[in-house]
Ligand binder design. Sequence first.
Ligand code: ZN
Length: 245
Amino acid sequence: MSPDRFDRVVLDAGHGGHDEGAKGPSGLKEKELVLDVAKRLATRLRKRGIEVIMTRTTDEFLSLEARTSVANDAHADLFLSIHANASPSRKPRGIETYFASLDASDEDARATAERENSAFGAAAPDFGNDDPLAVILGDLIESQHLQESSEFAKLAQSQLSGVAPARSRGVKQAPFVVLMGVRMPASLVEIGFLTNPDDEKGLRRKREREKVAGALADAVISFAKRYDARRGVASAISRDHARTK
Ligand SMILES: [Zn+2]
């Protein structure tokens, strides 16, 4: 085994247990949707020879520390957190991919990060300018991983826009605390708006979930190949013998 090659991913299904996350008008819960999509993605990646570690595989609450320590203890090559979005209005829909930044790319991105961070209660910092924690986190995310996190987010959003061409909302940045403590390239994907009835309806379907998982798997594999090429190591990715799409 080469220590530098891309061969291990941590998948983080958002929320769990008493923290249900977003909820659709007909009752679909974010915590259940994202765990199902994470499992589908794990199956696809394992078939390609990538080791997958999941922060949770059941309906349980996990602290911020638990999620980041799973990732850091695993010394993974990529951390991918899977979520579904919500809005006070039923109108917004579509998919967006994030990487961490202290400054949100727009007001909607800031609101999304605030909502997702609230699950961690007191662990979610308030990013005042003089907050020493903000300075520390700023150092963390200005690290070597920022470039690769951005690269992965672009690959993911590009693949996901193939699933829902009219509904791609682009790559954004926001202060998601779950991304800031991990010492590896990290990204968070919002696979749709549960508060939008059409998005919710789509995401209830297995077929749509498989498409999202397939797009994310393709993004991970593209990222892995570039990652290995940059480091000049042989790829661990096996050929896809059973392509179904
Ligand atoms: Zn969420």
